[in-house]
Ligand binder design. Structure first.
Ligand SMILES: C[S@@+](CC[C@H](N)C(=O)[O-])C[C@H]1O[C@@H](n2cnc3c(N)ncnc32)[C@H](O)[C@@H]1O
Length: 212
């Protein structure tokens, strides 16, 4: 494991208990409703009942109810994360909401899943902190089935509009997020690539398909 990943794991392990509340405060400062924005991102996955979905860097599992409501009981959710502390909070939230998901401790650049194991792969926050974003994206592409969909979302600097004052201040607190969306790291074979912005114009959404 790289030094950067070790640091991330220690950071999120220490922050897991407060992660959800600080996230809600950041969304509130941006003037965005976290539920609405997260649901909006999940909707872009075009999920169907029975789908198998992987969330890379699942954290405390805040997106999982939105995924579960789309894939139903016949579907399957797997969450991967480097931090045991975040997965612990996630597990408790899932139990309280009666949602079934497999939680796996591991790194985005080395997910222990077979080629094409999922219909969709979702990443929502964290990729700016990875030491090798290209390797993580290549793995998302590998584990999604041919014809499947990948959605990568994170805080970033918009390429098509000025950043608001609040977002500039929030980026000062986490300078690693002060960068454009990682379009240059997508696999050459990615199809139907689309970039859009949400969460008060401070988060990007990159969606693409794996060719059939
Ligand atoms: C900003 S949080 C996002 C959590 C969740 N997806 C959400 O939407 O709230 C980033 C997550 O990425 C995880 N993470 C950081 N580096 C990672 C890596 N190299 N591989 C897998 N997960 C990682 C952290 O432990 C943390 O849970």
């Amino acid at each position: 494991m790289f030094q950067r990943e070790r640091r991330s794991r220690a950071y999120y392990d220490g922050r897991a208990r407060w992660y959800d509340s600080t996230n809600r405060i950041a969304a509130w400062l941006r003037g965005a409703s976290p539920r609405r924005e997260r649901r909006r991102a999940v909707r872009r996955l075009n999920l169907k009942p029975g789908d198998r979905v992987l969330e890379v860097s699942v954290g405390t599992g805040t997106n999982l109810p939105f995924i579960a409501e789309r894939i139903g009981d016949a579907g399957c959710i797997v969450g991967l994360d480097i931090s045991r502390g975040m997965l612990g909070v996630c597990q408790r939230k899932l139990r309280a909401r009666h949602i079934e998901a497999g939680l796996v401790e591991g790194e985005a650049a080395h997910p222990p899943f077979a080629d094409g194991a999922f219909d969709s792969v979702f990443h929502h926050g964290g990729i700016a902190e990875f030491s090798d974003r290209g390797a993580a994206i290549a793995e998302m592409f590998r584990v999604v089935r041919p014809g499947g969909r990948v959605l990568i979302c994170d805080v970033g600097v918009p390429t098509d509009r000025p950043l608001s004052l609040v977002n500039r201040l929030l980026l000062r607190l986490q300078p690693e997020y002060d960068q454009p969306p990682p379009l240059e790291s997508l696999p050459a074979a990615a199809q139907d690539v689309r970039l859009s912005w949400y969460f008060g114009g401070a988060w990007y959404m990159i969606e693409f398909n794996r060719p059939e």
